[in-house]
Design a protein around this ligand. Sequence first.
Ligand code: NI
Length: 171
Amino acid sequence: MAVRPVLRMGNPQLFKKSDPVVKFNSHELDSLIIDLQDTMKAMHGAGIAAPQIGVLQRVVIFGFDSNTRYPNEDAVPFTVLVNPQIEFLTDMKIDGLEGCLSVPGMRGVVPRCQKIRYTGFDQYGNPIDRTVSDFHARVVQHECDHLDGILYPMKIEDFKSFGFVEELGLA
Ligand code: NI
């Protein structure tokens, strides 16, 4: 339906906590998801969260077969995830490079839990329950953080890893 402008870090909307979706299978939710899909695709993202387009609802989408922004990562199935919950299944954290459509042109290394279980619903209210690891787990943690007003630079431990893609030698 529409590629929506993506809010960039510094916009106060991105630091707010989003509200749970109460009505599934609605026109409102369907059009939000179509806008998220169109926007993610146009910007070649691996995922996007509703607050990034200014909608403070607990909705994220993610997934790709192959992604130019993350060429070395395995595919992640395309998923619409509403009202997500994450359970951390290990204390092991692994470092990995992340970017965000709200922080254009930059990347940084973020430690994330290596293995998680995530639950939630698709847009029709069907339950989702998956146990995943590595990049899939990373993408879900990154997107769900958006719903609590957290952007990946807020989780960086070594700021020497954070910078512009060209300066980091990634472009
Ligand atoms: Ni992001």
